[in-house]
Write a protein that binds this ligand. Structure first.
Ligand SMILES: NC(=O)c1ccc[n+]([C@@H]2O[C@H](COP(=O)([O-])OP(=O)(O)OC[C@H]3O[C@@H](n4cnc5c(N)ncnc54)[C@H](OP(=O)(O)O)[C@@H]3O)[C@@H](O)[C@H]2O)c1
Length: 225
């Protein structure tokens, strides 16, 4: 049985990914700040962890020591506005938390789980990025939301660095699309379940569409950084 670790598994895309992988027969390590309402099966292991806390990330890795992980999905993230509200935060501490969750935690967690990933078969690290983190799509809206956008640009760099330092793994950035979640808001055209199903299909059936140190969208199409 393959094992996937998903961060932010209690809602939004992370919840849909965890649910979908459980349905597909995978073992799921669901990482969240609070107990997710996922189906309680033997396949599910819940690990509580706040990704703004470096010691909590290292403690999580210590609890998982020796457990093979085939796929790590860095999914958790924060936005710089409340849901359906264009008020952009200017609070210094909140912006620091945003960079901790969106940029630093994915790289630190991947580094901490290198042994687990070596013990797995797929050796795949997937990090959810965004078109807002690319120079190719840069516009005024992205500039206004500079903190979120820059945190995604920086996580692209961080996970390309992870790829460089770990040549036996594939480290891919995925833009999951504009989804109806707390981050995406109510006007988004895509449900998180649709994006999750496409991403699970890419991971399980089309791994050749997942390039190392590059970004694709949830259908596997190349995205320029
Ligand atoms: N929605 C979109 O349109 C869109 C577009 C492009 C990219 N993305 C990316 O897709 C991914 C999933 O986003 P989403 O739309 O599903 O967002 P979401 O519904 O807001 O979910 C965010 C998840 O991140 C978790 N999280 C936030 N801060 C955390 C912390 N300190 N420690 C642990 N977990 C934390 C949340 O947990 P709590 O419940 O504990 O806060 C939640 O589970 C993100 O990387 C996002 O940037 C989304």
């Amino acid at each position: 049985m393959k094992t996937v670790l998903v961060t932010g598994a209690n809602r939004g895309l992370g919840f849909a990914l965890a649910t979908g992988f459980l349905e597909a027969g995978w073992r799921v390590i669901a990482v969240a700040r609070e107990m997710p309402e996922l189906p309680q099966t033997d396949q599910l292991q819940v690990e509580l962890c706040d990704l703004t806390d470096g010691q909590a990330i290292q403690a999580l890795a210590a609890r998982l020591q020796g457990a093979p992980i085939d796929v790590l999905i860095n999914n958790a993230a924060m936005y710089d506005s409340p849901p359906n509200d264009e008020t952009i935060t200017t609070d210094f501490t909140q912006i620091c938390h945003l960079f901790q969750v969106n940029t630093i935690a994915p790289k630190v967690l991947a580094d901490a789980l290198v042994g687990n990933l070596h013990a797995g078969v797929d050796k795949l690290v997937v990090t959810m990025s965004s078109g807002m983190g690319t120079y190719a799509e840069f516009d005024e809206y992205h500039a206004k939301h500079w903190a979120y956008s820059a945190s995604k640009t920086a996580v692209n760099y961080a996970m390309v660095s992870f790829a460089k330092m770990n040549p036996s793994f594939t480290s891919v950035l995925i833009n999951p699309g504009w989804m109806q979640t707390a981050i995406g808001g109510d006007d988004a055209p895509l449900q998180p379940k649709e994006s999750a199903e496409a991403i699970i299909d890419l991971i399980t059936n089309h791994k050749n569409k997942l390039p190392n140190a590059r970004m694709v969208d949830y259908t596997g199409k190349h995205v320029d950084f």
